[in-house]
Every structure is written in C-alpha cells, then in structure tokens.
Design a protein around this ligand. Structure first.
Ligand code: MN
Length: 406
C-alpha cells in the first residue's frame, strides 16, 4: 500500500459517486449497519454504497468502540481499496458483490456503545439569547461563561438515531411558578448541535491536555437535543435540565472522522478575557460546517429553512471541551458523546432553536400554506442538515424526525 492521504481532494475512485453526494471519497464516515441475514457489522459509507468492513476483514463488532483506536489506519486502507489505481477490489467481482451494499439494503444502527453523554453550552450567541430572555437583558451572560465551557452530564441511554420519530413527552408544568400539573409538553423544541465521539479511554485521575485533545476525538455527527421548554422552566433550578431533555437526543448514523474535516479548519472567535493555561489552544481551533434547520408543519406541502448558521462561530472549541471535561481527572471511555450546545449565530435567522427563533413564542414563524409555529406541533417534521463546502464537499447526512402525539 503506497503512502496515502485519504483526505486529498484529487483522488480518483473506481466507484462512481455523485459529486453532490454527502459522502464523497474524501469523507469515508464510519457507521454500524445491519443487513438481514448477515447480522450487525461496521461499515464505511461512500455515495449510496456501504462498504462492509467485516466482509473485507478490516474490522468487526456491533459498535465502533472496538475499532476506534485504529480507525485512521482502516480509513487509509479503505481509501486505497477504492482508488482507481488499485485493482485489489476493483477487479474482484465476487468480493465486490459481498462487500459493497446499496444503502437501501441495510439498516443503520447506533454507531457507538455510549457510556456517557455530555452536553455543552458553547455558543456565545445562544447563551446570550437565553440570558436576555430569562435573566437580565442588560447583563445576559453569567460571570463564569467566558472562563469555562459550561456543560452538564446528560442521559446516554436515550441517544437514538435521527430517523426515529419523537414522542411528545409528559411532565410537570407550572403556570404560576408555585403549583404544578402533569401534562404533555406544549413547548417542544429542537436544539441544533454538533456532537463528537471520543476514541479512547483514560484512567481515573488522568487529564487530556488541550494540545492533544483532538487526537482523542473519533469524529463528528449532527445532534438534535430535543427540549421541552415548559418542563425545563419549572425543573431546571438549581441543578439544570433533567427530564426536559432526557427523553431523547437524536444523532446522524455516519460518524465523520475528524481527519476528513482538516481542510475546513478555521480560527475561532477571539476569546476575551484570555482563557486559563489549561484551555489555551494554538492554531485554527474551529471547523467551518454549514448548518441548516428545516421545519415542515403538519399540513404544509414542503419544509421551509428556518435557520442557517455555521459551526465556525462557536466560542469554545471541541478540544477545549475535552480538556475541560477531563481537567478534574474524571475518566472518559471510548464512545463517550459530547454535544456542542445549541449553535446560534448573531442574525435572527441563524438561531438554533425555536425558543430563540420565535423569541420564546412572541414571534411566530409563518408558512405559505397558512401554518404558524412558535413551538413544535404533533406531526411536524424537523430536518437538520450539515455540510463542509470547499474544494470538495463533506456532508453529514440529514437528521429528520417527526413529532408524535403524547
Ligand atoms: Mn443542548
């Protein structure tokens, strides 16, 4: 196998891939799939084809946890197998028919066994919007916010794949902040986020330094942190959100390796005041990922784009999040999932939640067919899209789910 960079944009593959596809030869995301009669196994996606890593004898297992530490080598190997200059798989029709499967013939599964799920709060614009709405418009950020990546430990057991519909949750609701009733949430919302998986385990007492934190990241997915705002409002003080977010968190099935995103690095926003030494990161710490949220209300014939924003504006980077998460010596495990926090930009159409887009319900969104939305109604479909666009395009696939009645 020649020395080979799977991320180079000029690669010619013998497998034809639509250039508009989210999964070009430079992407090669990992996932877990089931093919009826063949069991659950790891795969790599290219265009509308899944490469069966077990059939190619490159990896096995029903999660990516076992292959996470050698993913870079597997990806190089797969990339070379697909290269037009390599005849090994190109000229072996029998192996091709066993190992290249149409995406329509398989069902994706959760990519990792997820031990811990952590959700951060790393968008300055999002934290500012929430602070303006619920605390002090003149002084919306809490004093700690610019000093550390605020986060909380979420519920790993209810992370699900993005194509599963969401049942509206019941919970305690309070109108007057004194008394409460139980009922279905009336303020169901999405949160546009990017998630990332860790590729290694650490020992208790060990910290991951910010300089090497990216080496501990396997790859990225799109994430929807479904939130019931009315349940959240009543329960969240003083310990933070609990049942208002634990009912479901959706992710895309194909994990985009951090390596594939190297051409899309950008500087993050300036951090002021300067962060403490353990959070100081050199170089371009953010990623340019274009993000959109589309919402199709029940009864409307088409979804409408209600949010356009970019991951590049996040105040705290993924590396800073990992360094902070482990700075107290808390151990992490392969497959732990971190969410970025809601990704909002500075424009009113770049906010990553309905809470912000409708300013807590005060500014409804109007549809051409007559629908009007503040929060999600039963039958509504939420679609989150993400892609890096440059010399080539790296897509994340869509997160698309409907709201089911309580
Ligand atoms: Mn969140």
């Amino acid at each position: 196998m020649p020395d080979y960079d799977p991320n180079a944009s000029e690669h010619q593959s013998w497998v034809p891939v639509d250039p508009e596809s989210d999964f070009p030869i430079q992407n090669l995301p990992f996932g877990i799939f089931e093919k009826p009669g063949r069991g659950v196994r790891p795969g790599v996606r290219i265009g509308d084809t899944v490469l069966d890593l077990a059939e190619l004898k490159l990896a096995e297992g029903n999660t990516l946890n076992g292959l996470a530490s050698c993913a870079r080598e597997i990806r190089r190997r797969v990339s070379w197998l697909l290269n037009a200059a390599n005849s090994e798989l190109r000229d072996d029709a029998a192996l091709q028919s066993r190992s290249l499967l149409p995406i329509a013939a398989v069902e994706t599964r959760l990519p990792f066994g997820i031990g811990d799920y952590i959700d951060f709060y790393s968008s300055l614009e999002h934290a500012t919007n929430v602070g303006k709405m619920f605390r002090d418009p003149a002084n919306p950020l809490l004093p700690n916010w610019r000093h550390l990546p605020v986060g909380y430990h979420g519920k790993a057991g209810t992370v699900i794949l993005g194509d599963r519909d969401i049942r509206r949750p019941h919970g305690q609701l309070s109108k007057d902040n004194q008394t409460s009733v139980v009922g279905p949430s009336r303020r169901l919302d999405f949160e546009l986020e990017v998630g990332f998986f860790l590729n290694r385990s650490t020992a208790l007492g060990e910290s991951i330094p910010v300089a090497s934190a990216e080496e501990a990241i396997f790859g990225l997915v799109l994430l929807n942190d479904w939130s019931a705002r009315d349940i959240q409002r009543w329960e969240y003080q003083p310990l933070g959100p609990f049942l208002s977010k634990s009912f479901a968190t959706s992710i895309t099935p194909w994990v985009i390796p951090l390596d594939a995103l190297a051409p899309f690095r950008v500087a993050g926003p300036a951090q002021d005041p300067p962060v403490l030494p353990y959070l100081q990161q050199q170089g371009a710490r953010n990623l340019n990922i274009e993000l959109e949220v589309w919402l199709q209300p029940l009864g409307e014939t088409a979804p409408m784009c209600i949010c356009r924003t970019n991951f590049s504006g996040m105040y705290w980077s993924v590396a800073q999040q990992v360094a902070h998460l482990t700075s107290n010596g808390a151990s992490v495990r392969t497959g732990d999932l971190c969410g970025s926090g809601t990704i909002s930009g500075s424009e009113p159409d770049s906010f990553g939640s309905l809470l912000e887009l409708t300013w807590n319900g005060a500014r409804p969104i109007h549809y051409p067919g007559g629908a009007e939305r503040t929060f999600l109604e039963d039958g509504d479909r939420v679609i989150i899209k993400g892609a890096c666009v440059g010399a080539h395009r790296i897509g994340f696939g869509d997160l698309s789910a409907r709201v089911l009645p309580a």
